[in-house]
Write a protein that binds this ligand. Sequence first.
Ligand SMILES: [Zn+2]
Ligand SMILES: [Zn+2]
Length: 239
Amino acid sequence: MDTSSPAAFVNGALLRRYIGQKVRAVVQVIRSDIGSVTGKSTDDQQIVVKGSPPPSLTTYLEVIGIAESENTIRADVWTNFGDNFDAGNYNELCRREEVMNELKVEVESNSSSQESLPKPQAMYRCKKCRRIVAIEENIVPHEPGKGEECFAWKKRSGNYAERVQCSSIFVEPMKWMQNIHDGTVEEKLLCLGCNARLGYFNWAGMQCSCGAWVNPAFQLHKSRLDECKSEPNPNQGTV
Ligand SMILES: [Zn+2]
Ligand SMILES: [Zn+2]
Protein backbone atom coordinates (compact mmCIF):
# COMPACT_ATOMS: atom_id res chain seq x y z
CA MET A 1 0.00 0.00 0.00
CA ASP A 2 1.14 3.49 -0.73
CA THR A 3 1.77 5.01 2.68
CA SER A 4 3.38 8.19 1.41
CA SER A 5 0.16 10.04 0.78
CA PRO A 6 -2.25 10.74 3.61
CA ALA A 7 -5.52 8.85 3.56
CA ALA A 8 -8.53 10.88 2.62
CA PHE A 9 -11.34 10.99 5.14
CA VAL A 10 -14.39 9.54 3.46
CA ASN A 11 -17.95 8.71 4.16
CA GLY A 12 -20.15 6.61 1.92
CA ALA A 13 -20.78 9.38 -0.55
CA LEU A 14 -17.14 10.29 -0.93
CA LEU A 15 -15.83 6.77 -1.24
CA ARG A 16 -16.62 6.44 -4.95
CA ARG A 17 -14.37 9.37 -5.73
CA TYR A 18 -11.37 7.70 -4.21
CA ILE A 19 -11.52 4.29 -5.84
CA GLY A 20 -7.98 2.96 -6.02
CA GLN A 21 -6.75 5.49 -3.48
CA LYS A 22 -6.01 5.38 0.19
CA VAL A 23 -8.96 6.29 2.37
CA ARG A 24 -9.82 6.50 6.03
CA ALA A 25 -13.36 5.82 7.12
CA VAL A 26 -15.30 5.24 10.29
CA VAL A 27 -17.98 2.58 10.09
CA GLN A 28 -20.63 1.46 12.47
CA VAL A 29 -20.34 -2.31 12.56
CA ILE A 30 -23.45 -4.18 11.48
CA ARG A 31 -22.01 -7.59 10.88
CA SER A 32 -18.57 -9.08 11.23
CA ASP A 33 -17.51 -12.05 9.16
CA ILE A 34 -14.19 -13.73 8.56
CA GLY A 35 -12.31 -11.48 6.22
CA SER A 36 -14.86 -8.71 6.09
CA VAL A 37 -17.00 -6.36 8.11
CA THR A 38 -20.26 -4.93 6.92
CA GLY A 39 -21.02 -1.58 8.38
CA LYS A 40 -22.67 1.73 7.99
CA SER A 41 -20.73 4.78 6.98
CA THR A 42 -21.13 8.04 8.89
CA ASP A 43 -23.63 9.14 6.29
CA ASP A 44 -25.67 5.95 6.63
CA GLN A 45 -24.50 4.08 3.58
CA GLN A 46 -23.56 0.45 3.68
CA ILE A 47 -19.86 -0.26 3.34
CA VAL A 48 -18.05 -3.56 3.22
CA VAL A 49 -14.57 -3.53 4.66
CA LYS A 50 -12.38 -6.39 3.58
CA GLY A 51 -9.20 -7.62 5.20
CA SER A 52 -8.48 -9.09 8.60
CA PRO A 53 -10.62 -7.42 11.21
CA PRO A 54 -9.47 -7.74 14.82
CA PRO A 55 -11.25 -10.49 16.76
CA SER A 56 -13.27 -8.17 18.95
CA LEU A 57 -14.87 -5.10 17.53
CA THR A 58 -16.50 -2.11 19.15
CA THR A 59 -19.57 -0.53 17.61
CA TYR A 60 -17.47 1.98 15.75
CA LEU A 61 -14.40 1.11 13.82
CA GLU A 62 -11.94 3.21 11.93
CA VAL A 63 -10.33 1.62 8.92
CA ILE A 64 -7.54 2.79 6.64
CA GLY A 65 -7.09 1.12 3.33
CA ILE A 66 -7.68 1.29 -0.37
CA ALA A 67 -11.09 2.07 -1.78
CA GLU A 68 -11.86 -0.91 -3.97
CA SER A 69 -15.26 0.13 -5.18
CA GLU A 70 -17.89 2.64 -4.28
CA ASN A 71 -18.85 0.60 -1.25
CA THR A 72 -15.81 -1.55 -0.54
CA ILE A 73 -12.60 -0.75 1.26
CA ARG A 74 -9.72 -3.16 1.55
CA ALA A 75 -8.33 -2.20 4.92
CA ASP A 76 -5.02 -2.95 6.49
CA VAL A 77 -5.38 -0.73 9.52
CA TRP A 78 -8.30 -1.41 11.85
CA THR A 79 -8.87 0.67 14.94
CA ASN A 80 -11.66 0.19 17.46
CA PHE A 81 -13.31 3.54 18.07
CA GLY A 82 -15.48 2.49 21.00
CA ASP A 83 -19.21 2.32 21.27
CA ASN A 84 -19.86 6.03 21.14
CA PHE A 85 -18.79 8.14 18.28
CA ASP A 86 -19.89 11.50 16.98
CA ALA A 87 -20.64 10.77 13.37
CA GLY A 88 -21.62 14.39 12.82
CA ASN A 89 -18.10 15.60 13.50
CA TYR A 90 -16.71 13.02 11.20
CA ASN A 91 -19.04 14.05 8.42
CA GLU A 92 -17.76 17.58 8.89
CA LEU A 93 -14.26 16.26 8.26
CA CYS A 94 -15.52 14.53 5.15
CA ARG A 95 -17.09 17.71 3.87
CA ARG A 96 -13.79 19.48 4.26
CA GLU A 97 -12.15 16.67 2.37
CA GLU A 98 -14.72 17.07 -0.35
CA VAL A 99 -13.96 20.77 -0.71
CA MET A 100 -10.25 20.08 -0.83
CA ASN A 101 -10.87 17.44 -3.43
CA GLU A 102 -12.84 19.78 -5.61
CA LEU A 103 -10.11 22.40 -5.43
CA LYS A 104 -7.60 19.80 -6.42
CA VAL A 105 -9.66 18.72 -9.37
CA GLU A 106 -9.89 22.31 -10.51
CA VAL A 107 -6.14 22.78 -10.37
CA GLU A 108 -5.60 19.57 -12.25
CA SER A 109 -7.99 20.48 -15.01
CA ASN A 110 -6.27 23.87 -15.31
CA SER A 111 -2.89 22.32 -15.77
CA SER A 112 -4.15 19.86 -18.33
CA SER A 113 -5.72 22.66 -20.36
CA GLN A 114 -2.34 24.34 -20.43
CA GLU A 115 -0.82 21.29 -21.99
CA SER A 116 -3.28 21.49 -24.83
CA LEU A 117 -2.45 25.13 -25.61
CA PRO A 118 -1.29 25.76 -29.14
CA LYS A 119 2.41 25.89 -29.79
CA PRO A 120 4.09 29.28 -29.75
CA GLN A 121 2.97 31.30 -32.71
CA ALA A 122 3.97 34.49 -34.41
CA MET A 123 2.50 37.70 -33.11
CA TYR A 124 2.38 41.03 -34.85
CA ARG A 125 2.56 44.19 -32.83
CA CYS A 126 2.26 47.80 -33.82
CA LYS A 127 5.85 48.98 -34.09
CA LYS A 128 5.02 52.26 -32.44
CA CYS A 129 2.90 51.32 -29.43
CA ARG A 130 3.50 47.57 -29.24
CA ARG A 131 -0.18 46.77 -29.29
CA ILE A 132 -0.87 43.28 -30.61
CA VAL A 133 -2.73 43.66 -33.89
CA ALA A 134 -2.68 40.11 -35.19
CA ILE A 135 -1.49 36.64 -34.41
CA GLU A 136 -0.47 33.95 -36.80
CA GLU A 137 -3.88 32.37 -36.94
CA ASN A 138 -5.45 35.65 -38.10
CA ILE A 139 -3.39 35.60 -41.25
CA VAL A 140 -5.15 34.85 -44.47
CA PRO A 141 -2.50 33.15 -46.58
CA HIS A 142 -2.20 33.74 -50.29
CA GLU A 143 -0.26 32.11 -53.07
CA PRO A 144 2.62 34.43 -53.91
CA GLY A 145 2.11 35.87 -57.37
CA LYS A 146 4.68 36.58 -60.03
CA GLY A 147 5.70 39.89 -58.62
CA GLU A 148 8.03 41.04 -61.30
CA GLU A 149 5.60 40.68 -64.17
CA CYS A 150 2.74 42.27 -62.35
CA PHE A 151 4.80 45.22 -61.35
CA ALA A 152 6.72 45.57 -64.51
CA TRP A 153 5.67 49.18 -64.80
CA LYS A 154 7.20 49.87 -61.42
CA LYS A 155 10.41 48.24 -62.47
CA ARG A 156 10.54 50.40 -65.51
CA SER A 157 10.18 53.48 -63.43
CA GLY A 158 13.09 52.26 -61.34
CA ASN A 159 11.33 52.22 -58.01
CA TYR A 160 10.86 48.53 -57.75
CA ALA A 161 13.86 46.93 -56.16
CA GLU A 162 12.39 44.02 -54.29
CA ARG A 163 11.50 40.79 -55.99
CA VAL A 164 8.74 38.38 -55.15
CA GLN A 165 8.53 39.34 -51.52
CA CYS A 166 5.32 40.09 -49.71
CA SER A 167 5.75 43.37 -47.98
CA SER A 168 2.47 42.92 -46.21
CA ILE A 169 0.48 40.36 -44.39
CA PHE A 170 -3.21 39.92 -45.06
CA VAL A 171 -5.43 39.14 -42.14
CA GLU A 172 -9.04 38.45 -41.44
CA PRO A 173 -11.23 41.41 -40.45
CA MET A 174 -10.62 42.11 -36.79
CA LYS A 175 -12.33 44.01 -34.05
CA TRP A 176 -9.72 46.74 -33.75
CA MET A 177 -10.32 47.73 -37.38
CA GLN A 178 -12.99 50.19 -36.45
CA ASN A 179 -13.77 51.65 -39.83
CA ILE A 180 -14.21 48.50 -41.88
CA HIS A 181 -17.93 48.28 -41.22
CA ASP A 182 -18.61 51.96 -41.83
CA GLY A 183 -19.77 51.28 -45.36
CA THR A 184 -16.56 52.41 -46.99
CA VAL A 185 -15.11 49.99 -49.45
CA GLU A 186 -11.53 50.94 -48.84
CA GLU A 187 -9.75 52.95 -46.22
CA LYS A 188 -6.59 53.18 -44.17
CA LEU A 189 -6.21 50.84 -41.22
CA LEU A 190 -5.13 52.75 -38.17
CA CYS A 191 -3.75 51.29 -34.96
CA LEU A 192 -6.36 51.45 -32.25
CA GLY A 193 -3.64 52.20 -29.71
CA CYS A 194 -1.63 55.00 -31.29
CA ASN A 195 -3.43 55.82 -34.54
CA ALA A 196 -0.40 54.90 -36.59
CA ARG A 197 -1.20 53.82 -40.09
CA LEU A 198 -0.69 50.08 -40.22
CA GLY A 199 -2.18 49.22 -43.54
CA TYR A 200 -5.15 49.43 -45.80
CA PHE A 201 -8.31 47.52 -46.38
CA ASN A 202 -10.39 47.00 -49.45
CA TRP A 203 -13.47 44.81 -49.45
CA ALA A 204 -13.13 44.51 -53.22
CA GLY A 205 -9.63 43.12 -52.91
CA MET A 206 -6.09 44.31 -53.27
CA GLN A 207 -2.89 43.21 -54.85
CA CYS A 208 0.00 42.15 -52.67
CA SER A 209 3.51 43.29 -53.53
CA CYS A 210 4.08 39.75 -54.79
CA GLY A 211 1.36 40.25 -57.37
CA ALA A 212 -1.27 38.01 -55.85
CA TRP A 213 -4.80 39.25 -55.44
CA VAL A 214 -6.36 38.99 -52.03
CA ASN A 215 -10.08 39.49 -51.79
CA PRO A 216 -11.31 40.98 -49.52
CA ALA A 217 -8.05 42.46 -48.37
CA PHE A 218 -7.05 43.58 -44.91
CA GLN A 219 -3.49 44.45 -45.46
CA LEU A 220 -0.94 45.22 -42.76
CA HIS A 221 2.46 46.51 -43.78
CA LYS A 222 5.24 44.42 -42.34
CA SER A 223 7.33 47.56 -42.03
CA ARG A 224 4.84 48.95 -39.53
CA LEU A 225 4.78 45.81 -37.45
CA ASP A 226 7.06 43.94 -35.14
CA GLU A 227 6.86 40.25 -35.64
CA CYS A 228 7.70 38.16 -32.64
CA LYS A 229 7.44 34.51 -31.85
CA SER A 230 6.01 34.30 -28.44
CA GLU A 231 4.71 31.92 -25.88
CA PRO A 232 0.95 31.89 -26.14
CA ASN A 233 -0.61 33.84 -23.35
CA PRO A 234 -4.24 32.88 -22.84
CA ASN A 235 -4.97 36.18 -21.09
CA GLN A 236 -3.68 38.35 -23.87
CA GLY A 237 -5.77 37.90 -26.95
CA THR A 238 -6.12 40.25 -29.83
CA VAL A 239 -9.03 42.61 -29.89
ZN1 LIG B 1 2.08 38.39 -51.34
ZN1 LIG C 1 0.07 51.50 -32.38
